[in-house]
Design a protein around this ligand. Structure first.
Ligand code: FBP
Length: 253
């Protein structure tokens, strides 16, 4: 696996929401991928997550690239399915150090995504790239996607599938998230952000909880680039993730 993911802790900046949700997440400033690209390096993130189109036009090489190789819009209703839309070879040529792939665990179509990820993981490792699985339990069979057992199942699935890292949602408390991290074994766990939290303090507390439970870091977007001061948020996250400080210490500028 690529060395940058082997570091003990890391923070990745996610910016594939333009496909997943449409520009509704954006404002005049963060709608510009160049703004987020610059934020990734000035905010000292360990990686930027783009879809192919953004990477081809905006990736500046200053931070490691994680290329999402599947995706979908939110316009189609029903059981979720996100198919591969970029080859691993193309991701490597663009300069990606890792590929990302979303699996909707529990969806009626999960078999297609499990099979695709299996192939992508082998191709990525063949090219010395890491394979990161976003594992989001979703669909009619899933009642509560942040229930501890289902989050732990998502984490374990990442290990079973050979993911180098798994991106999962926080359960809401340290003890239950510990079980998810333990279930992931040698697969690193990154906490996923979600919509902007009611306050920055709330979000930092979630991050602290995930780290205390053993997470290797986070892969977040909206809570950073939707912040009124994204660089301040990046600094606070770094204090938690890299310096392992408390929330109180992290919010002191
Ligand atoms: P956020 O921190 O903004 O939630 O980003 C994490 C992420 O996994 C993105 O990579 C992705 O676009 C989005 O969440 C998917 O969100 P949803 O839960 O709506 O599928």
């Amino acid at each position: 696996m690529d060395a940058f993911l082997l570091k003990s802790r890391g923070m990745l900046l996610a910016y594939d929401q333009g496909l997943e949700h449409g520009p509704t997440d954006f404002d005049e400033r963060n709608v510009d991928p160049a703004f987020v690209m610059k934020l990734a390096s000035t905010g000292r993130f360990n990686g930027i997550i783009f879809q192919k189109g953004l990477a081809e036009k905006y990736y500046d090489g200053r931070v490691p690239l994680i290329l999402k190789v599947n995706g979908k819009t939110n316009l189609v209703k029903g059981e979720p399915l996100a198919r591969q839309i970029c080859s691993v070879e193309r991701a490597a040529r663009i300069g990606a150090r890792a590929v990302g792939y979303t699996i909707y665990l529990g969806s009626a179509h999960e078999n297609i995504m499990l099979e695709e990820f299996g192939r992508i993981q082998e191709q990525a490792h063949g090219l010395k790239m890491a394979a990161i699985a976003w594992i989001y339990p979703r669909g009619e069979a899933v009642e509560n996607d942040t229930a501890p057992e289902i989050v732990a199942y998502a984490a374990r699935t990442g290990l079973e599938l050979g993911a180098d890292a798994v991106k999962i949602k926080y359960t809401g408390d340290v003890d239950s998230f510990k079980w998810a991290v333990k279930s992931a074994g040698k697969t690193k766990v990154f906490m996923s952000g979600g919509p902007k939290a009611p306050s920055e303090l709330d979000f930092l507390k979630q991050v602290r909880g995930a780290l205390d439970a053993g997470a290797a870091g986070l892969a977040v977007g909206r809570n950073v680039w939707q912040s009124s001061d994204p660089l301040r948020m990046a600094r606070a996250l770094r204090k938690l993730v890299v310096e392992n400080l408390s929330v109180e210490e992290a919010i002191q500028a």
